[in-house]
Design a protein around this ligand. Sequence first.
Ligand code: G1P
Length: 277
Amino acid sequence: MIKKCLFPVAGYGTRFLPATKSMPKEMLPVVNKPLVQYGVEEAIAAGMDQMAMVTGRGKRAITDHFDISYELEHQIAGTSKEIYLDSIRGVLDQASFTMTRQREMKGLGHAILTGETLIGNEPFGVILSDDLCLNDGESVLQQMVNLYKQFRCSIVAIQEVPKEEVYKYGVISGEALKDGLYRVDDMVEKPSVEEAPSNLAIIGRYILTPDIFDIIRDTAPGKGGEVQLTDALLKQAKNGCVMAYKFEGKRFDCGSVDGFVEATNYVYENIYKHSIN
Ligand code: G1P
């Protein structure tokens, strides 16, 4: 039912300099797979088969990653090394990739709006690949698609964070409909502890209804002078409905060095080691 997933991948990755000077941060590998591929696999697991990427200058490695490498295929075809290409071949067989460029970095809201041309007038998923989400059962985005079927409105993934960390996130408050599910009534982008309506932080997974594009167009720059998706979602919540969902699974903040190292250790111990034995 939801076929498209948007990946805003134009950001700089300053926290990982110099590694990200000429390499997109989304291509940083967690063990043997780039972050963005984890995101794409999660979207495929949620039933989506059209990946829409909002890229920028210096991001060609992402476009090349989701294409065939003839030289590589030719070199290792028929050898024992061919198994190392299995996961990316699987991804390429199951999804199409379209790219558009965000010419200026004007915030997440602006990045989403740049993707309108690839999405059109249908509900879609959004994955911020900095947030690596892993779950043994249904993928986080799949859990959100299930909810979308029930509520037919935008959905944001949330997680409880310590109060002193709310300044890093969009933070919501709302009426609890059941355990872990809220109807949003307030949302603040990167608040101080005093401004924060709760400690329920938005994590980089969204299902958005396409009316969000017009709302973003009408949204003035907010926090940091950037057009914030959080501000547009608050308008959508006030005029209609936005749900916030405390997902099942693990989430690693791979936009930070600590979270990235944590993810690497976790994937190595729990996924990679089992995949090679
Ligand atoms: C973005 C959003 C923020 C959200 C976060 C999740 O912020 O603006 O609301 O909580 O992603 O990772 P960023 O981390 O891009 O600054």
